[in-house]
Design a protein around this ligand. Structure first.
Ligand SMILES: Nc1ncnc2c1ncn2[C@@H]1O[C@H](COP(=O)(O)OP(=O)(O)OP(=O)(O)O)[C@@H](O)[C@H]1O
Ligand SMILES: [Mg+2]
Length: 369
């Protein structure tokens, strides 16, 4: 098996961070359900989920800022559950990072090493290295208010890595930046992480950011980690309706799933359409209500071919592709058609057209969660 995409997270690479039954309860509210997670050394690991799903709470338990209600945290195989933050070999970069306004860039970065009483020459050398890493060595004498937003962000990053922690946790570090700067910093962050070989635990609610930057992603909703896998796996083989709907665009069609084993090709009924084919994404012990997950770009559209007949109700041109809404029976399908395919197969494509929709069974995955 390709260990990189293993959803269970077991490989030969050592675990940098492990959680065992880690749980957080605020009064009646279960903010993080019991969680077993394994984050590997040098991994870029993202935690992705909507606002309030428990991302920050999980990070704060790993760092020690928050006391778990139950469960344990291990760093490098050592149980640190009761160990104070300052004695954990990690650093956290908060969304609202604060630089010391009266200190220069250099002094901001070297600050932690001074506190740790690192010998002066070594501290100076490491601070300069960290600034070189974020390409700011030439601005070492500036004060924070003489920097752009992106430059300040990079100072904060230099400060987070200067002491050479094994793990750096970043909580929506790019949230405050504009789109252009955000894109630049994503590239920068990824390069840094590769160069330094630090484990990054990265919180975001931006799915595109998570897909492009991560080795693996944990998708969270309502305090529950729904799936942990590599970006391509998460996108192509979502295990739950929530994951499919949260990452990218997806048709989510209510169906009655028959019993069967994971991977079984089955036929299910779509209201007003009839039987369509799909595969079970998981074992179904007894017939259950489920969801058929079908990506818009996995649907092939033709004028006269075999498939589900439907009517175009909406059409939007986006340059490289068209987005169409196609009504078939009681279902409204979202379909994306590349401009090339539209030109070749659907000349004169317009609202009101009657078309056929077809897909390979393995592209229509049926989940019951
Ligand atoms: N100290 C607290 N006391 C009570 N409830 C809390 C506390 N901290 C967080 N919560 C609740 O726990 C849940 C998870 O909060 P958390 O901050 O972890 O979410 P998040 O995923 O980081 O959200 P966001 O994307 O908005 O930052 C929320 O419902 C929140 O209101
Ligand atoms: Mg948060």
């Amino acid at each position: 098996m390709d260990t990189h995409t293993s959803p269970t997270g077991t490989t030969d690479r050592a675990a940098a961070v492990e959680t065992v039954g880690l749980t957080k309860r605020f009064g009646e509210h279960l903010a993080v359900h019991p969680l077993d997670l394994e984050i590997r050394e040098n991994e870029f690991f993202s935690i992705l989920g909507p606002s309030g799903c428990g991302k920050t709470t999980l990070m704060r338990m790993i760092t020690g800022f928050e006391t778990p209600s139950a469960g344990r945290v291990l760093l490098g195989g050592v149980d640190v559950t009761g160990v104070p933050t300052r004695n954990r070999d990690l650093n956290m970069l908060f969304q609202s990072y604060a630089l010391f306004p009266h200190l220069t860039v250099f002094d901001n970065v070297v600050f932690e090493l001074r506190v740790r009483r690192t010998p002066r020459a070594e501290a100076d050398r490491r601070a300069i290295e960290a600034l070189e890493l974020v390409k700011l060595a030439h601005l070492a004498d500036r004060k924070p208010d003489q920097l752009s937003g992106g430059q300040r962000q990079r100072v904060a990053l230099a400060r987070a890595v200067v002491s050479g922690p094994k793990v750096v946790l970043l909580d929506e570090p790019l949230g405050a930046l504009d789109q252009q700067l955000r894109k630049e910093m994503q590239v920068e962050l990824k390069r840094m992480q590769r160069e330094v070989g630090i484990t990054f635990v990265y919180v975001t609610h931006d799915q595109e950011e998570a897909l492009t930057m991560s080795d693996r992603i944990a998708v969270m909703s309502d305090g529950v980690v729904q799936q942990v896998a590599a970006p391509e796996e998460i996108y192509n083989r979502p295990q739950t309706r929530f994951v499919a709907g949260f990452i990218g665009s997806c048709n989510l069609l209510d169906v009655d799933a028959p019993a069967g084993a994971a991977g079984d090709e089955v036929s299910v009924d779509l209201p007003g359409v009839g039987a369509v084919s799909g595969v079970l994404a998981e074992r179904v012990a007894a017939p259950s209500r489920g969801t058929l997950l079908l990506r818009p770009e996995r649907i092939e559209v033709s004028r006269t071919g075999a498939g589900v007949r439907g009517t175009v109700t909406e059409l939007t041109f986006l340059g490289e592709e068209w987005h169409a809404r196609i009504r078939a029976g009681e279902n409204l399908f979202r379909v994306s058609v590349s401009s090339l395919a539209a030109e070749r197969e659907l000349a004169g494509f317009a609202v009101g057209d009657e078309l056929s929709l077809a897909w390979r069974p393995q592209d229509a995955r049926i989940v019951i969660r």
